[in-house]
Design a protein around this ligand. Structure first.
Ligand code: KIV
Length: 269
């Protein structure tokens, strides 16, 4: 018998059941201590591959390796006890075949103990989503502006400005929902298209730069805290921690240089 109490986390089916109900709160997190704070408020926490850009200074998410996702995923799981933890499958680890996707998704789930994975793509990923879901891996899909396709999209471009392209996105949403995805991130699409997508599927839509009518919202934590120098235009900043960090570092540097540690703080006695 185990002597530690079981952790009761929110599950993928519970998120799935929130379609049209109480809005789903989610944020990204990449490390244990911020995740512990987010855990008190979020229904799910995404260990997004945006960590390549936000934490590691990459130009896009294309270069993010699987091992890095696993390392950050483990930290976030360690720091949390309540929210569902979803880990992104990075570029090149799932597109080739359902078998490859299963191998890598299973590795992520075994090595991080997360509760679900996310992958980018609509109709073209439906077969893979079905393959994973039928084999015990809850999948969150991600359509609209899909950052791993930055090189074929020609940049991080808002989708659906031309109404003629809406049907492709709506079909993508329907395809991943029919394939068994438990939720769907809709990123960087015009508001009316996001609303049409939300109305078209029976799984929760999670908006980012999309519409307030999505079933939930997600933001990159560092963006909304003012800690990312490249914040997308649509993001409301709920904090401005960059200047606060700068002030603290500058004060520390000044005290070190002038040998002015106040009252012997920072010294073991
Ligand atoms: O990688 C990420 O942080 C994401 C969110 C922007 C949804 O995919």
């Amino acid at each position: 018998m185990s002597i530690t109490p079981p952790i009761r986390r929110i599950t993928a089916p519970q998120i799935r059941a929130r379609k049209g109900g109480e809005p789903i709160v989610s944020l990204t997190s990449y490390h244990a201590h911020t995740a512990a704070i987010v855990d008190r408020y979020a229904d799910f926490i995404l260990v997004g591959d945006s960590l390549g850009m936000v934490m590691h200074g990459m130009d896009s998410t294309v270069g993010v390796p699987l091992d890095l996702m696993i390392m950050h995923g483990r930290a976030v799981v360690r720091g949390t006890s309540r929210a569902l933890i979803v880990v992104d499958m990075p570029f090149g680890t799932y597109e080739e075949s359902p078998n490859m996707a299963f191998r890598n998704a299973a590795k992520i789930m075994k090595e991080t103990a997360c509760g679900a994975v996310k992958l980018e793509g609509g109709a073209r990923m439906a077969e893979t989503i079905r393959f994973l879901s039928e084999r015990g891996i809850p999948v969150m899909a991600h359509i609209g502006l899909t950052p791993q396709s930055v090189n074929t999209m020609g940049g991080f471009k808002v989708q659906g400005r031309d109404e003629a392209a809406w049907q492709v996105h709506i079909d993508d949403a329907r395809a991943v929902a029919a394939a068994g995805a438990f939720a769907l991130v809709v990123e960087g699409v015009v508001e009316d298209l996001a609303d049409r997508i939300t109305d078209a599927v029976d799984i929760p839509t999670i908006g980012i730069g999309a519409s307030r009518r999505c079933d939930g919202q997600i933001l990159v934590l560092e963006d909304m805290l003012g800690l990312n120098p490249r914040v997308p235009k649509f993001v409301k900043m709920y904090g401005d921690l960059g200047p606060a960090i700068e002030r603290a570092v500058a004060e520390y540097a000044e005290e070190v240089k002038s040998r002015a540690f106040p009252g012997g703080e920072n010294v073991y006695r």
